[in-house]
Design a protein around this ligand. Structure first.
Ligand code: PLP
Length: 399
């Protein structure tokens, strides 16, 4: 017979109350570990004989639910089983993917116009591990083919489309086919587009990564990332690397993504409509030298974007005729839109990449790829578009 615990012990022991209810939304499992009935069950679960959770760095029901939901969205039109691993951030998703797929001496074929943190990851951390990036113009398919043919140590083709912050687009189907032809993995950062606008797995990619911090969360209240791909790939070295490097997503961050993703379709429709209005308006203004939005017919990659995207997204960038001096005055004059180093939130956000997200990317690499000193990036929100235009209009008048 068990003895009644002391008052002090009663404070410590968790009283687990398992109500016989069916929750309407995925509950938040804020627990580091999961208890077993006995040693025999623990052994069965650890050896894989029985399905079950053990420790939240390995897997957690809330994180699993968010991963499964995003996998279902990215793999919407695929017959193959698609799975996902959530990570602590977009950067840890990219790092985990590279560590799982690559080894010393391997090369990554990528582009110069990437999110600045990704360029730095390749140039600093991966390079230190003996994995070398090759920055190339991925629009030049002949050049890509030649590199893949002549450099057998290229084991990963990695790119963003639309790219941060130039909004350059590349041909996912053509590039992933070339990668497959040369037995090279392909991975696409789909953060800007989201599976609402484009599904790279359907176009032949092996993996998709996201900073879920952005549109998938949508509300700017958490940092997380995800790697999506065929279940056989994800459940092998990708999951193992996530688990052993401790790159796991916290259940709270995953729960926030689960809430945010419910409105992804609605938000993306409004985001895209507002961006369309803003891009055309900016394009008509005499103060603006160039507008980068793939939906504009004169955008150099408009045809590619039209072919592989369902709409053109809500990210855009532009250059003022007065260069960065005018840009600074423009940003400081905004009262409605917010200067903040993130994107994909419901409200409109402005960024000057050269002095923030791309500050540590070598200036020559940045400028050669269109990330100039005068470039201003806009993450168009879902507010009433008249309010965004009114703010931009008064800021341009202040120049
Ligand atoms: C396109 C893109 N990928 C990855 C990242 C990194 O994401 P996180 O900040 O969640 O690590 C960012 C961050 O801005 C990004 O814009």
């Amino acid at each position: 017979m068990s003895q009644k615990p002391s008052f002090h012990s009663l404070c410590v022991k968790t009283h687990i109350h398992t109500p016989r209810v069916t929750p309407h939304i995925q509950p938040l499992y804020a627990t580091s570990a999961f208890a077993f009935d006995d040693v025999a069950q623990s052994m069965r679960v650890f050896s894989g004989q029985e399905q079950g959770h053990k420790y939240s760095r390995y897997a957690n029901p809330t994180v699993d639910a968010a991963a499964a939901q995003i996998a279902a969205l990215e793999g919407y039109d695929l017959d193959d089983e698609v799975a996902a691993v959530m990570t602590s951030s977009g950067m840890s998703a990219i790092a985990t993917l590279c560590m799982a797929l690559l080894q010393q001496g391997d090369q990554v074929l990528t582009q110069g116009n990437l999110y600045g943190g990704t360029t730095e990851l390749f140039q600093k951390v991966m390079q230190r591990l003996g994995i070398t990036p090759i920055f190339s113009d991925l629009r030049q398919l002949d050049q890509v083919e030649k590199l893949l043919r002549t450099q057998p140590r290229i084991r990963l083709l990695y790119f963003e489309t639309p790219a941060n912050p130039t909004l350059g687009c590349v041909d996912i189907a053509a590039l992933t086919q070339l990668a497959r032809q040369y037995a090279c993995w392909s991975a696409i950062d789909n953060t800007f587009a989201t599976p609402y606008l484009q599904r790279p797995l359907t176009l032949g990619a092996d993996f998709v990564v996201h900073s879920t911090t952005k549109y998938l969360n949508g509300h700017g209240n958490g940092i997380a990332g995800i790697i999506v791909g065929k279940a056989a790939h994800i459940r092998g070295p990708i999951w193992e690397t996530m688990k052993l490097t401790g790159a796991n997503c916290s259940p709270w961050e995953a729960w926030l993504v689960l809430q945010g993703v419910k409105t992804l379709s609605l938000r993306m429709q409004r985001h895209c409509d507002n961006a369309r209005t803003l891009a055309h308006w900016l394009n008509s203004r005499p103060e603006i030298a160039q507008v980068n939005w793939p939906g504009l017919p004169q955008h150099p990659d408009h045809a590619i974007a039209k072919r592989q995207m369902h709409d053109f997204g809500a990210m855009l960038s532009f250059e003022l005729k007065g260069g960065w001096e005018a840009g600074k005055r423009f940003i400081d004059a905004l009262y409605f839109c917010t200067l903040a180093p993130t994107l994909g939130d419901v409200d409109t956000l402005i960024l000057h990449p050269a002095s923030s997200s791309h500050l540590n990317v070598p200036a020559a690499l940045r400028q050669a790829n269109g990330i100039t000193d005068g470039l201003i990036r806009v993450s168009t929100g879902i507010e009433a578009v008249e309010d965004i235009l009114a703010d931009f209009s008064q800021a341009l008048q202040a120049l």
